[in-house]
Design a protein around this ligand. Structure first.
Ligand code: HEC
Ligand code: HEC
Ligand code: HEC
Length: 89
């Protein structure tokens, strides 16, 4: 038990592998914050977003709009696509 707790702490502290939150929230600048329900996306398959092993993805406007979020929602015609559907004040 003690060992498990230490192992968990180590993973969180050094953010190496394995843990994904159920959801993330990005600041989104003046447009307002953006919620990303990670868990709800997992069924799409990890490789849709993660190259190689699932690990942290640095989020920014280009990644969000042109590579992941908006690009996929438009292609699949699913998920929020309008500015204010994603960005909430
Ligand atoms: C729709 C895109 C998408 C899909 C599909 C997806 N992920 Fe992620 N995942 C992300 C993004 C974006 C982050 C980064 C969140 C952050 O830290 O801002 C992330 C973060 C993670 C992290 C946390 C990494 C860290 O060190 O903080 C893990 C672990 C992870 N994902 C595993 C998975 C697994 C396993 C699957 C498949 C079952 C999966 N993901 C499917 C987009 C996705
Ligand atoms: C590979 C395709 C893909 C990527 C990349 C992707 N999404 Fe989605 N997203 C979807 C699909 C498909 C749905 C609809 C899911 C459903 O209806 O079950 C969705 C739904 C959503 C929803 C609505 C969830 C709900 O419960 O109604 C939000 C919010 C969302 N996505 C945000 C994001 C954000 C933010 C990103 C980028 C970090 C992102 N998505 C990346 C495919 C994607
Ligand atoms: C599918 C969700 C989604 C949609 C739709 C979307 N965005 Fe974003 N946007 C994001 C995410 C995620 C980020 C990255 C936020 C971050 O890194 O804090 C972002 C970043 C931005 C930023 C940069 C914020 C900053 O200061 O870093 C601006 C500006 C922006 N979006 C404007 C828009 C406008 C305008 C529209 C409509 C044309 C739009 N977005 C549509 C998800 C979305």
């Amino acid at each position: 038990m003690k060992r498990t707790i230490i192992a968990l702490f180590a993973l969180v502290a050094f953010s190496g592998t394995a843990f994904a939150a159920d959801s993330y929230e990005y600041k989104g600048g003046a447009m307002g914050k953006v919620a990303f329900p990670h868990k709800a996306h997992m069924k799409l398959g990890c490789a849709k977003c993660h190259e190689g092993a699932p690990k942290k993805i640095e989020m920014n406007k280009d990644v969000a709009h042109n590579k992941l979020c908006v690009k996929c929602h438009k292609a699949e015609k699913k998920g929020p696509q309008g500015c204010k559907d994603c960005h909430k004040k």
